[in-house]
Design a protein around this ligand. Structure first.
Ligand code: MN
Length: 705
């Protein structure tokens, strides 16, 4: 034990330095926002990613031991389970754990980076690459404090996999067979979509074995044990299978059956449907239709969320390069450096699947860039160490290494300083939900746009119709319709959609019915009300239709911040479901930056309000106003309003939200929508709604029907 080699000591020291550096850089955000009370809840910072609330809900339910059927809480998910484990064994608050988990877990990436460098006897390269990779733009963005998501281990685990594959191929030691298989098991547990990368590694090793090392049985053992670890069956079944395979491979008399075992693993892979997910993934990126259509039943056309997700778009080269290496110059050096590194150390070519996945960003979206970060960091780090190696003196060698490292780190640290991401919610919004938690039952529903689904479930412990994982066109449609249509039809559709949603959970539990096609709620409603045109059904909502039996309470959560996404929300229900035709755009204009002249208020974009004749000029056209409304909060923070009717035959309304310092220009449809009436004006129909809790940031109403 007392003979730890100098190299091992240096390895540990470098890992420690890089780890502390990675953590320290992530604490810059905490330092910048230390006094920001609006970002805190219960004295701790809130998280900054929407999806994080999903995992937090699961962890909370694991810890409490209770959750409700069909509440969509991910109690079986790895992220929730690991979080619950940390919350149990560590002496920190739950809020602190979810906020800081990404910091410490993502910083572990320095370990495989330095170990890989050690395997090619270039520890300095490992340290430099670890410093860069741990804080490079996209890796930082997706693993910073509060970015509580699967990303915190999504690079760490494949980097460990790369390390064990490199060591396996280099040393042919038995232990790396097991380590590789175990890493796949953990990686798949953590991130079920990991198969594409595992599969690429498998393909590359197969290629290597067939071309360069065909007679070496070890390669086939490695491939077989990887394949067994990748079977499309539960992890608790794969784990013993891997152990059995490991035992067989260590038996002298089984050596001659290596090919048979490999064949068996491949057959088992296909037999368990292992190839299915890869095929599905390909399909997902090839067919991204704007409007999705069911091919049975009424064949309804729904709006697709793909159209509104910015990530799926193409990205310019400089953004792509900066996200991977921090700077276009560094990126170019990194690519060239990696080519040189791979030429000198062929084994590094096993890093290609990670680079490949990173480059998929050009078609698959920004989030993929993080995969290329660590492997390309080796490239630029290798150039630096090669350059330094040729320096005439030892002093110059280290000086140049330090200087170049600082140069490549600088743009990344600058990015960290400028990347001031806010928390998902502010303290006032969460106060509303926290108050609500004590007033609602866990079986109740809170309806809101999908962006708020996960946080609502986490803070108020309720059920929701749509959320960050459930937001396809057919489930978004009814919620979009409710928020953007008048109160009476919205109220009825809310009751219907909640009751249909709960009712539809039942067939899934009932295996007998599992081969029955599940139509969208809106299609089922249309049919059950004896109609075959959804437009007729939607029109019937304005009449006195029969309502289903009420099984629980329903609430509407209406945050002020939804004002900015209102047009997006509208898009999901302003189309004719029967033929996909889009309805004409509504007038919904928000002006935050306006200026006053003696006779007008200039609202930007060529829109101006004439103070003298109380009309609005849009471009060159002057249009009369139907209403001019001014809202303000009184001393008790109750909303007050003055409504002036100007021209009852006009079609446009202007609302001045004085405390928010903004003007709204709305056509009749927008003005009469549930969102504007209940959130902006608090003009609710007391026979349908009851005000539950409000503050200027968010308002919650309870449905009375
Ligand atoms: Mn629940």
């Amino acid at each position: 034990m007392n003979t730890i080699s100098k190299e091992t000591k240096l390895t540990l020291a470098y890992i420690l330095i890089a780890f502390l550096f990675s953590v320290a850089v992530r604490m810059i955000w905490v330092y910048q926002f230390g006094e920001m009370e609006a970002f805190k809840f219960n004295g701790q910072f809130m998280i900054s990613t929407n999806d994080g609330y999903y995992f937090a809900e699961g962890a909370r339910d694991i810890l409490s031991g209770i959750h409700q059927p069909n509440d969509l809480s991910p109690i079986n998910g790895a992220t929730s389970q690991l979080t619950a484990f940390f919350a149990k064994v560590l002496p920190f608050s739950f809020e602190a754990i979810i906020f800081y988990m990404p910091v410490f877990l993502s910083s572990l990436v320095v370990i495989p980076i330095i170990l890989i460098a050690r395997s090619i006897e270039n520890l300095e390269m490992g340290l430099i690459a670890a410093l860069l990779a741990s804080i490079a733009h996209s890796y930082y963005n997706r693993t910073m404090v509060g970015y509580y998501d699967t990303d915190m281990l999504n690079i760490v685990l494949p980097m460990f996999l790369l390390w064990s594959i490199i060591l396996a191929i280099k040393t042919n030691e038995k232990k790396y067979l097991l380590i590789t298989a175990l890493d796949i098991l953990v990686y798949r547990w953590w991130y079920p979509q990991s198969y594409s990368l595992e599969f690429s590694f498998f393909g590359l090793i197969l290629l290597y074995a067939l071309i360069y090392d065909r007679k070496n049985l070890y390669n086939y053992k490695l491939l077989a044990i990887m394949m067994f670890a990748m079977l499309n069956v539960d992890g608790f079944i794969r784990f013993p299978i891997v152990l059995v395979a490991m035992y067989l491979f260590s038996q002298e008399k089984v050596q001659k059956y290596t090919y048979h075992l490999l064949a068996l693993s491949v057959i088992a892979f296909f037999a368990t449907g292992g190839f299915g997910p890869i095929w599905d993934l390909l399909k997902l990126y090839i067919f991204k239709d704007a409007v999705s259509m069911a091919n049975e039943g009424l064949g309804l056309h729904f709006f697709s969320v793909m159209q509104t997700v910015r990530e799926a778009g193409e990205i310019p080269f400089d953004v792509f390069a900066e996200r991977i290496s921090g700077h276009v110059g560094t990126f170019i050096l990194a690519v060239g450096g990696f080519a040189y590194l791979a030429y000198r150390h062929k084994i590094m070519l096993f890093g290609l699947p990670l680079i490949g996945l990173g480059f998929l960003a050009s078609v698959g979206g920004l989030r993929f860039t993080i995969y290329a970060v660590p492997v390309l960091a080796f490239g630029v780090a290798f150039l630096i160490t090669e350059f330094a190696r040729n320096m005439p003196t030892l002093r110059l060698k280290y000086l140049s290494m330090v200087a170049f490292t600082l140069i490549i780190l600088y743009p990344n640290i600058e990015h960290v300083r400028e990347y001031k991401v806010p928390t998902v919610f502010n303290a006032d919004e969460v106060k509303i939900l926290d108050t609500l938690k004590s007033k609602v039952s866990r079986e109740d529903y809170i309806l809101a746009w999908w962006d708020y689904g996960f946080p609502l479930r986490y803070y108020a412990d309720v059920k929701t119709l749509i959320d960050g994982g459930k937001h396809s066109g057919d489930v978004n449609f009814p919620v979009s319709f409710m928020l953007t249509h008048p109160q009476d039809v919205a109220a009825k559709l809310a009751r219907l959609d909640v009751e249909y949603t709960e009712k539809n959970f039942k067939p899934l539990e009932d295996i007998k019915d599992s081969n029955k096609t599940l139509f969208s709620n809106i299609e089922q409603m249309t049919k059950e009300y004896g109609l075959n045109d959804t437009n007729d059904f939607l029109a019937s909502l304005a009449t006195n239709i029969h309502m289903p039996e009420k099984t629980r309470d329903i609430y509407f959560y209406l945050p002020f911040r939804m004002l900015d996404i209102y047009p997006t929300v509208t898009a999901f229900s302003s189309l004719n479901l029967m033929n996909g035709a889009k309805e004409p755009a509504q007038l919904f204009y928000v002006s935050r930056r306006f200026s006053e002249t003696p006779t007008t208020i200039e609202l930007g974009n060529g829109v101006s309000f004439n103070k003298e004749n109380l009309s609005v000029k849009i471009g060159k056209q002057s249009v009369p106003l139907k209403r001019f409304v001014r809202t303000f909060y009184d001393a008790n923070m109750e909303l007050q309003k003055s409504v002036q009717i100007l021209d009852s035959s006009a079609q446009i309304n202007m609302v001045y939200m004085s405390n928010y310092n903004l003007f709204l220009l709305l056509d009749e449809k927008s003005y009469n929508s549930l969102y504007i009436q209940l959130m902006v004006l608090e003009e609710y129909d007391a026979s349908l709604f009851e005000k539950v809790v409000t503050n200027p940031h968010a308002k919650v109403y309870k449905l009375k029907i």
